[in-house]
Design a protein around this ligand. Structure first.
Ligand code: SAM
Length: 435
């Protein structure tokens, strides 16, 4: 307990340092993106746009040179097929294989972030409901069902799982059936045992297909939409981003939440701008931008190839937050929070301390004899060594993440949007108002 507490402080100090460093570069990056956005705006002024309610700086319907360029590069290959093939081909690993991964602590840490995030917003929804009321969820880009146990814990009543990768979705369904059967076995022994949520599974490209039409009951209203480590795939183009947001928005009841995790574009671009060439990373991850121009990232279609040790190897797209917020607002989704993982961790480290331990989300330093360090002992633990030097002698162990893993996970941020109230105007079009 005290080791974890101590570790949290070390991490926090580390993060403060990196956050202020990043903050400096973010300002220059922000100026670059902002001025690029202004340039696009100027270039767009005389262009007729498809939807008048889209803010003018988002209306790059293929006619803006920069936008067209970024999109053209991507059109050479069908990115969504690449992504689906990649995830379909990932071997399913059992727990012991997962535990041998070089990045097991980072993956557990990311899982902890998702658990805390889901708990936070499911908690908000529950506050407005009577005891025992139903709670329905859409897990958009659910993958192999890594969050199924989180939904079980959250005690939801119905889950809709959607993903483009059919093999992953089948594995997700199999996992759900296993949980269901296990639960039935326990239920047959314990009469007070509650049944778990019902579920349905949809194979679809969530950036191109209207999900509501595929729901078993297309009239169903949901309380919560989750999109974990996947929303960035939609920023290949304006129409794909809009489709994904529309899927989230029109699934939700007013007051419902759309919550997820994405790479922070400011951080990605600041690392890109700092590196020589277009590629940066370390021994566990790499990011390679396709465009040669670091100063004017496109709002859509700004592609980079992301590689993460044995887990991810496919194209992704920058999600510039102001653009996301404007588009989301158009679809009746109001930003509630956007927090880097380091900030989110700071906010929840005390509340989530026992879960951090249970999920093995941090590596013990110095290691126990029987479990050697997964990172490079020379390179990856300077922060831990430094921190321990300032500890009282009775603090012999702390929990931490290796430097290499931290460099990956600190790229990410959590986001949450709330579905606004819908009113219908005299032309029969929806307008959204705040609560
Ligand atoms: C990094 S995995 C995350 C899986 C899961 N959300 C989790 O947190 O464990 C990204 C997932 O997004 C899915 N995906 C990517 N693009 C998609 C699209 N256009 N439509 C639906 N799913 C997509 C992939 O197939 C993959 O399962």
């Amino acid at each position: 307990m005290s080791a974890l507490h101590v570790e949290n402080k070390t991490e926090t100090e580390e993060k403060k340092q990196s956050a202020s460093e990043i903050a400096k570069t973010e300002i220059s990056k922000c100026t670059n993106v902002e001025s690029s956005r202004k340039r696009k705006h100027d270039a767009e002024e005389d262009v007729t746009v498809a939807s008048t309610s889209v803010p003018s700086d988002l209306t790059m319907s293929g006619s803006t040179k920069k936008y067209k360029d970024a999109t053209d590069i991507n059109r050479v290959i069908d990115n969504t097929t690449l992504v689906a093939d990649h995830y379909n081909s990932l071997e399913e690993k059992d727990l012991s294989q997962r535990n041998q991964s070089r990045i097991v602590y980072m993956r557990n840490f990311n899982n902890w972030i998702k658990s805390m995030l889901i708990n936070e917003y499911i908690g908000k929804i529950r506050q407005g409901k009577s005891f025992g009321a139903s709670l329905r969820v859409l897990d958009m880009c659910c993958g192999k069902g890594g969050d199924l146990l989180k939904w079980k814990k959250a005690n939801i009543s119905h889950l809709i799982c959607a993903d483009i990768a059919q093999v992953s979705l089948e594995q997700c369904q199999q996992r759900y059936n296993d949980i269901l059967n296990k639960n039935k076995d326990r239920g047959s022994k314990d009469r007070g045992f509650a049944p778990i949520f019902t579920a349905e599974f949809i194979t679809a490209d969530c950036t191109k297909v209207r999900l509501r039409e595929k729901f078993a009951d297309p009239s169903m209203q949901l309380d919560f939409v989750s999109c974990q480590f996947a929303f960035h795939y939609s920023f290949e183009s304006l129409s794909q981003a809009e489709c994904m947001l529309q899927n989230a928005s029109e699934s939700l009841k007013p007051g419902g939440y759309f919550v997820g995790t994405i790479p922070d574009a400011y951080d990605l671009v600041s690392r890109w701008q700092k590196c020589d060439g277009n590629k940066f990373g370390n021994d566990v991850y790499s990011v390679e931008f396709i465009s040669e121009d670091k100063t004017k990232p496109a709002l859509f279609g700004e592609k980079y190839n992301f590689h993460l040790d044995g887990v991810v190897d496919c194209p992704e797209f920058l999600v510039y937050l102001p653009t996301l917020c404007k588009l989301a607002l158009k679809h009746g989704l109001e930003l509630v929070a956007f927090e880097r993982f380091e900030e989110f961790y700071k906010r929840f480290k005390d509340e989530g301390r026992s879960l951090l331990g249970n999920m093995q989300a941090l590596e013990t330093y110095p290691p126990y004899h029987e479990s050697p360090l997964l990172g490079d002992s020379e390179r990856d633990y300077h922060h831990a060594i430094e921190y321990m030097q300032n500890l009282p002698a009775n603090h012999r162990k702390i929990g931490t993440l290796s430097q290499s893993e931290w460099e990956v996970t600190s790229l990410y941020a959590v986001f949450s949007f709330r579905k606004m109230k819908t009113i219908w105007n005299s032309e029969g079009k929806p307008e959204y108002v705040k609560f």
